[in-house]
Design a protein around this ligand. Structure first.
Ligand SMILES: CC(C)(COP(=O)(O)OP(=O)(O)OC[C@H]1O[C@@H](n2cnc3c(N)ncnc32)[C@H](O)[C@@H]1OP(=O)(O)O)[C@@H](O)C(=O)NCCC(=O)NCCS
Length: 140
């Protein structure tokens, strides 16, 4: 595959957010997905998030982070023209490799409830819904 996967840096932000905006199923958050929010995420989690470039064009991205106990994957997206070539799997493998260095028990991710294709993708890759927990949240 001629696609390069590398660490995401803040200079990638504009291209990355454009890919998110063009992708149904990606829930873009005003604070945490702003440029400042992504700058904080990258600073707190050096080297964990990745981007993929194909001939200078953004082909995909995956945000990875941890809180010292659990790892998180967010906004795993591959550009439509490059899907089905193993790119998401390669980006996720790279993220998991980075997270494994931090002695975390589990990695979590959220899937928007009506994103059936996204859910099928994760379950095919061995990720399972947690049926013993219900996620509770409130705004800060
Ligand atoms: C989901 C997504 C990231 C997959 O990217 P991709 O690069 O096409 O995935 P890969 O080529 O790495 O596929 C890896 C495996 O998953 C399978 N797969 C890919 N998409 C799938 C889907 N929608 N349903 C079931 N299996 C899927 C592939 O067949 C492949 O299987 P294999 O291991 O037997 O070869 C991409 O379709 C996308 O960006 N979707 C929109 C955003 C999204 O929904 N992201 C996830 C939500 S949290």
């Amino acid at each position: 595959m001629g696609v390069e996967i590398r660490e995401m840096v803040l200079a990638d932000y504009e291209a990355v957010v454009a890919l998110w905006r063009s992708t149904p199923g990606v829930d873009i958050r005003p604070v945490t997905d702003s440029q400042d929010g992504i700058e904080r995420l990258l600073a707190r989690n050096p080297g964990l998030s990745v981007v993929a470039f194909d001939d200078g064009n953004l082909a995909g991205c995956a945000l990875a982070s941890h809180d010292g106990r659990r790892g998180f994957l967010q906004h795993v997206v591959v550009a439509p023209a490059l899907r089905g070539q193993g790119l998401a799997r390669a980006m996720i493998d790279r993220c998991l490799e980075g997270l494994r260095e931090h002695q975390l028990g589990w990695v979590h991710l959220d899937v928007v409830v009506d994103n059936e294709a996204g859910m099928a993708f994760w379950q095919k890759a061995g990720w399972q819904p947690v049926d013993t927990l219900t996620r509770l949240s409130r705004a800060l």
